[in-house]
Design a protein around this ligand. Structure first.
Ligand code: NDP
Length: 446
């Protein structure tokens, strides 16, 4: 007979057809939770899993805007308010052509557990649009953001739902969104995070996801008497998460030899020159191929010509997007002697890829835990705007490190309690679930 978790998984697949990313995220979580929910009837009696996998609210809306040629353009807008059991909805906004309901729901679902793992009082949500900011003028991006917020403002609020950035939504987009929110609501509140420093942002927020990933990896390595020092590291992506992952890995004594974007990837045997990479990506909004033109010895491969995972490394940090590291890439990494894989992106490893790492005793840090430093620092940003105080870089960084330590202890402990020491996929799903489940049970059938 199918177990409770298996029955709910079958229902999710039947009730949400054509949503493969959402199915993948729910499958991974429910597989881990079997050991918890199948041994205590209270979960089934209260329909807890059925409620957990159904978003509390899904908003879909039209985003009309006018391009520089005067043509009317229409994009789809989304906000999935997934679970508010432990606090107001919180999660990023993604602007990328691949955005659809399945991607929004997978990201919102993952966010529930990630936010819970931080130990902070925030629920899970995600939103965005299939709008592509790449190649658009600043004026076009501004008009799009203003139109997006003109609908979204009525669904969010400092105590209701606090969006942030994600792929395609950086400080420029957050600035335009905040400007429009303030204009419509006539109130200056911390309704968005990732803001610029001149209007309520926090130091370290920009760096937080990448730094948090490396801090957690260092914790995991330290627990085995090892460290990042002297390690060769492969990173994918060259956006916000990738850049600050590279920065912190270098600070801790590692050498990062790869980066990528959707056009291709680079290998730099001397270690990535971060000043050049930041100039290309943060200032010029250029392509990764520009890097190889400027840095002697760096080699550029267009997309399709191998991948960053072909490079021999001790540590791999996928920091671009979902399902970018598959079974075959995982096998190559294992054959090349990888010892730790930390997910900077959300669900960048396929289920089969994850299985390869777990079967080969690679330290595998799933995105829910590994990239939670970003959302945790968003909460530190909210605390500052609520009190009108501005904390030093060192103070925010110290708090981020303390939160990451808490996350490691939490996932390590949960994995041990259920007889799977070192399995941080199970540890993260279980530890993230426990707090949310307690709150849902306490709050009754809602
Ligand atoms: P950015 O937009 O700053 O950078 C994304 C990077 O990934 C770019 O180099 C981009 O290349 C590449 N990329 C995106 N989509 C694809 C694709 N389909 N194929 C190949 N390359 C792709 O985003 P972030 O750095 O903020 O986000 C990266 C990942 O980290 C995402 O999974 C996000 O959900 C996750 N994350 C981000 C957090 C944050 O604080 N920003 C917090 C937690 C998780 P190109 O420019 O060519 O598109």
């Amino acid at each position: 007979m199918a177990s409770y978790a298996e029955k709910v998984l079958a229902q999710v697949k039947a009730n949400n057809p054509g949503e493969p990313e959402f199915h993948q995220a729910v499958t991974e979580v429910l597989e881990s939770l079997k050991v918890v929910v199948d041994n205590d009837p209270v979960y089934e009696q209260t329909g807890l899993l059925e409620r957990l996998v159904e978003p509390e609210r899904v908003l879909m809306f039209r985003v009309p805007w006018v391009d520089d040629e005067g043509r009317v353009r229409i994009n789809k807008g989304y906000r999935v308010q997934f679970n508010s059991a432990i606090g107001p909805y919180k999660g990023g906004l993604r602007f990328h052509p691949s955005v659809n309901l399945s991607v929004m729901k997978f990201l919102g679902f993952e966010q529930i557990f990630k936010n819970s793992l931080t130990g902070l009082a925030i629920g899970g949500a995600k939103g965005g649009s299939n709008f592509d900011p790449k190649g658009k003028s600043d004026g076009e991006v501004m008009r799009f953001c203003q139109s997006f917020m003109t609908e979204m403002f009525r669904h969010i609020g400092a105590d209701t739902d606090i969006p942030a950035g994600d792929i395609g939504v950086g400080s420029r987009e957050i600035g335009f969104l905040m400007g429009q929110y303030k204009r419509i609501r006539n109130e200056y509140v911390g309704v968005l995070t990732g803001k610029g420093l001149s209007y309520g942002g926090s130091l370290v927020r920009k760096e937080a996801t990448g730094y948090g990933l490396v801090y957690l990896s260092e914790e995991a390595l330290n627990s085995r008497g090892d460290s990042m020092r002297g390690k060769t590291v492969a990173v994918s992506g060259s956006g916000n998460v990738a850049i600050y992952t590279i920065e912190k890995a270098r600070e801790l004594g590692a050498k990062v030899v790869t980066a990528s974007d959707s056009g291709g990837w680079i290998y730099d045997a001397n270690g990535i020159d971060l000043d050049v990479l930041k100039r290309i990506k943060e200032e010029e909004r250029g392509r990764i191929s520009d890097y190889a033109e400027r840095v002697k010895g760096a080699v550029y491969h267009p997309a399709g010509d191998g991948s960053v995972w072909d490079v021999k490394c001790h540590v791999a940090f996928p920091c671009a997007t979902q399902n970018e590291l598959d079974e075959s890439a995982a096998k190559t990494l294992v054959a090349n002697g990888v010892i730790l894989v930390g997910e900077g992106a959300n669900m960048p490893t396929t289920q089969a890829g994850t299985d390869v790492f777990l079967a080969n005793s690679v330290i595998f840090l799933p995105g829910k835990a590994a990239n939670a430093g970003g959302v945790a620092t968003s909460v530190l940003e909210m605390a500052q705007i609520d009190t009108r105080l501005f904390w030093s870089f060192e103070k925010v960084d110290r708090k981020l490190q303390a939160i990451v330590k808490h996350i490691f202890t939490n996932i390590d402990d949960a994995a041990r309690r259920y007889g799977m020491p070192g399995n941080y996929v199970a540890g993260s799903n279980i530890a993230g679930f426990e707090k949310v489940a307690d709150a849902m049970l306490a709050e009754g059938i809602v």
